[in-house]
Design a binder for this molecule. Structure first.
Ligand code: GCU
Length: 690
């Protein structure tokens, strides 16, 4: 396999400098008795070699039986596989855990200290191994462990928006796709390292191709998108390539999924229709599913973008989305597969926010059990801040998936530092009925639920295009596993594993990450509920990076009178889709949280906010404050010169220089636009600009 040079990210396993800690780790981990057999155990051994080899300067001694005459060893296996485990942990306790859970416990066995790592299934052993290594890489003690972990979400998936064969990544800012479709089924070492990164944070699903599987038949489609050929992966000759990738992911407990085109029965099967109620279509999907499972027995299922942005769907045949999804679900059901059916549908409504709920809520209970409705966190499209989608909590009879965007399409792409964990926490903690039903619980617990995140990696040597964007993938996985983790803990873990434990570095990087999202909201939107003010451009694959508030008047409706959209019952009515008391709170301009105000209300420029400041003045102040904050974060990063290796320091510093300039561009464009419409000058004398 060719050797490529790329970052280890948070799996650097730098030597533990603290001698006492390092000695303690050695005593417990130099000898490891690891069971054999399942493919996942190869991954466990490999990680122990790399991890302990790096952290402790010496690879562990791997035993095939309990090590003799050593005091302190690690035992890794299923409960019944090895005596040190079956004799020190109650097997029923382990069997009672979630399929992907694990247990790590310090015990004494035949007079020796033993760290037991066990799980009901082999996959849990992989997660447990990464957990143990993370403890050491972050300087935590391991002498008295009693860890019991289970994932909160059943599926924790990455949706790659990679365009096979053409090699580009839609909304990807880190080079080209990792997956070399021309050369597959030949494998690359890097696929294994990608799987390691994902498994280390608990990801258990990867959909390998773009949800746009074919050139949209929309106006403006041109050569920029003409490479969207993901639908071809379902062709027999290409399934071999998918199977090869799946063989890598499998070792790390990750299931492989495919995005499929709704018209596949026509495109691949040569049928004349893709009508979901046509028996030939039903038969075609069933046959295709069988073929896929013949090659990939643990295949996860299909992700579908239908009737959206030029992709075909059941509406082409006057069928609804449940009928549309169910035909594919029936094909996958005998094999244990699942359809992830996206709710990202908008078209006929003037206010696109209302569409997804109107389309899907009436279909609650109509979807087959193995359909998950995959809902973007907000009603628009991954804007810096959106209210939470009204669909969460509104479809109790349907398995739900939350879709988050890990890649920074609207938050500065590969240039701006924008850490999204605080955004995701806000979404997951949002109380859907004011009665203690946060999104994380509404999602949790039911079969087939989970979280899908739009992928962020490419073939860039640092994987992400921006070193700090690695924290987003890390945090995404950790929150999918445990949404109760707080942002600070997740951030701290990532920094220590990526940059070491120098207190100044940890504190500074943490501050930069945790403060970056609010700054981004301020200069991208003015911070009180506006959004979608970016440049689109001529190309079908829109820019979404530069400011252009005049281009999308319907998203803010600025004129001489005021700004914002009335989404109350007097306006588009979107607010009524929320449950009480949320609907009532948002419907009132007084009670609506200020950060969402102009999303729900159209207000005069000089409307006074709670503290007496006017809407226009707050927009000015926030735009300026956002830039000041980016400057401050830039300077905080500069202060780390010498504390972080030059290569990574320079990389981020260069992007921060550009980030400041771009934030200024946004500020200047927005405040000028607000001024032109309102005619009101900034009371602090900054607008109009000189
Ligand atoms: C956004 C994004 C598109 C993407 C779409 C989706 O509109 O700009 O690139 O295809 O979301 O989620 O399907």
């Amino acid at each position: 396999m060719p050797v490529e040079d790329y970052d280890d990210c948070w799996l650097r396993y730098e030597p533990v400098e603290d001698e006492e800690l390092s000695n303690a780790y050695r005593r417990h981990c130099t000898h490891a008795y690891v069971s054999e057999g399942a493919p996942e155990l190869g991954a466990v051994r490999e990680e122990l070699r790399r991890g302990l080899g790096g952290l402790l300067g010496r690879e562990p001694h791997l035993w095939q039986h309990p090590p003799r005459s050593v005091d302190g060893f690690l035992a890794i296996g299923l409960p019944d596989e090895m005596r040190p485990i079956s004799e020190s942990v109650d097997p029923d306790e382990v069997r009672g855990l979630h399929d992907e859970g694990y247990l790590i416990r310090s015990v004494e066995w035949e007079g020796s200290d033993c760290t037991v790592l066990t799980a009901p299934r082999d996959r849990g052993l992989v997660y447990g191994t990464f957990h143990l290594l993370r403890l050491m890489a972050t300087g935590e003690p391991i002498i008295d462990l009693d860890v019991v972990e289970e994932p909160a979400n059943e599926t924790r998936m990455i949706n790659h928006w990679d365009d096979p064969f053409r090699g580009s990544v839609e909304r990807g800012y880190a080079g080209r796709t990792l997956f070399d479709w021309e050369r597959l089924p030949d494998l690359k070492e890097r696929y294994y390292d990608y799987a390691r990164l994902l498994a280390s944070v608990g990801i258990n699903g990867v959909s390998v191709n773009n949800v746009n599987t074919k050139i949209p038949g929309r106006e403006g489609a041109n050569e920029v998108v003409s490479g969207q050929a993901g639908w071809q992966l379902l062709e027999s000759e290409n399934l071999e390539k998918v199977a090869a990738l799946a063989s890598v992911f499998r070792q790390y407990g990750i299931k492989t999924y495919l995005s499929v085109n709704y018209a596949s029965p026509m495109l691949i099967g040569g049928l004349e229709t893709a009508d979901p109620l046509d028996p030939a279509v039903e038969e075609w999907w069933a046959g295709k599913a069988e073929e896929v499972y013949d090659r990939i027995p643990d295949f996860g299922g299909f992700v579908v973008k239908a009737d959206s942005e030029g992709q075909t769907g059941p509406y082409d045949y006057d069928r609804d989305h449940a009928e549309g999804a169910n035909v594919i679900a029936r094909a996958l059901a005998p094999h244990g597969g699942r359809v992830w059916w996206r709710a990202f549908v908008y078209s006929e409504h003037e206010d696109r926010a209302v569409q997804a709920y109107e389309t899907f809520e009436p279909l609650d209970g109509e979807f087959h059990e193995n359909v998950t409705v995959q809902i973007k966190n907000g009603p628009i499209d991954f804007q810096p801040r959106e209210p939470v989608s009204t669909l969460f909590g509104a479809m109790p009879e349907t398995a739900m998936g939350c879709e988050l965007q890990i890649t920074g399409e609207y938050t500065g792409q590969g240039v701006h530092a924008c850490y999204l964990v605080p955004q995701w926490k806000e979404v997951l903690e949002f109380d859907t009925d004011g009665n203690g039903s946060p999104v994380k619980d509404v999602l949790g617990g039911t079969e087939g639920q989970g979280i899908a995140g739009v992928g962020v990696v490419g073939d860039d040597p640092n994987w992400f295009g921006h070193h700090l964007a690695g924290a987003n993938l890390y945090g995404y996985g950790r929150l999918c596993w445990d949404p109760d983790l707080d942002s600070e803990t997740v951030t701290d873990e990532w920094i220590r594993q990526s940059f070491g434990d120098d207190p100044t570095t940890v504190e500074t990087v943490s501050e930069i990450l945790l403060d970056s999202w609010e700054a981004s909201i301020d200069y991208h939107t003015g911070g009180i509920g506006l959004m979608h003010m970016m440049y689109n451009g001529e190309a079908a694959l829109e820019n979404h990076y530069d400011p252009s508030p005049g281009e999308w008047p319907e998203y803010h409706v600025a004129d001489g009178e005021g700004i914002g959209i009335d989404r109350t019952s007097e306006g588009s009515g979107y607010v009524e889709q929320y449950r009480e008391p949320v609907a009532e709170r948002y419907a009132s301009p007084e009670d609506c949280p200020e950060e969402l105000l102009l999303f729900f209300h159209r207000l005069p420029w000089e409307h006074e906010l709670a503290d007496g400041t006017t809407v226009i003045q707050r927009l000015y102040d926030n735009c300026f404050a956002g830039v000041e904050e980016v400057r401050r974060l830039h300077d905080r990063w500069s202060s780390l010169e010498g504390d972080i290796d030059d290569r990574r320091h320079r990389h981020v510093a260069e992007r921060f220089d550009e980030h400041v300039l771009q934030a200024e561009r946004w500020r200047d464009t927005l405040v000028t636009f607000f001024h032109e419409h309102s005619g009101v000058a900034d009371e602090r004398g900054r607008v109009p600009l000189d």
